[in-house]
Design a protein around this ligand. Sequence first.
Ligand SMILES: Nc1ncnc2c1ncn2[C@@H]1O[C@H](COP(=O)(O)OP(=O)(O)OP(=O)(O)O)[C@@H](O)[C@H]1O
Ligand SMILES: [Mg+2]
Length: 243
Amino acid sequence: MATASSASAAPVLVADRLAKTFAPGSGDGAHVAAVQGVSFSVAAGEMVAIIGASGSGKSTILHMLGGITRPTSGRVLLEGVDLAALDDDRLAIIRRRRIGFIFQRYNLLPELSLVENVALPLVLDGRPERECRERALEAIAAVGLEQRAEHRPDALSGGEQQRGAIARGLVTQPAVVLADEPTGALDSTNARSVMRLLTRLVEDRGLTVVLVTHDPAIAAAANRAIRIVDGLIAGPDGESVSQ
Ligand SMILES: Nc1ncnc2c1ncn2[C@@H]1O[C@H](COP(=O)(O)OP(=O)(O)OP(=O)(O)O)[C@@H](O)[C@H]1O
Ligand SMILES: [Mg+2]
């Protein structure tokens, strides 16, 4: 998607009074106000951590930022585009091209090689086969896994699988990479190495990352942390921005 040069100072991502209430699962259950009006913005080339206790609403916020969950109220602007204003087809295209997702459990497909896994977002977008492979290999090199490109995921360590998932997350050169507890399944050595990799990609490639974690040590690697308590931004390191 083209961005005017004058827009370079505009935030890549804006959460504007985001709220999500889940309907009760059964007839007599209560509504869950998971997110209750959260506003912040993320600039290009920034790594922002969303930190908070289990159940505080972190994943729900990330899913709304990524267009996976539609907010009950409030808006998400990605590169100035209001995600709520898009129909399902347009939203799917934006999700595929402009947003990279990284999950706690890597989610690499076991029957595909690493390079095939990393190429998948481009293949699904209908890019030519050769371009898919070349760009996938370039992303794999960026995470230092050149020697593992033809391996299947089960032949990779957990840390390598997560680095592969990061390569898949950035292969489309998305506007933002959204990562939900990306080090949550790793031991501390591999967790540090994955965080060093993400930090380097932000510094060297200008990648923009929003990362959910409950671990203050992981959040400390980010440029900024937004603390969530009971679905609201809290604490001195939080911010309350009305756009
Ligand atoms: N699909 C859903 N239906 C009903 N309630 C939900 C749904 N998804 C999340 N919730 C509730 O919303 C609240 C916030 O959940 P969320 O997954 O965002 O928390 P979290 O901060 O990511 O927690 P964790 O650190 O454990 O992953 C919780 O009370 C949760 O039970
Ligand atoms: Mg979560």
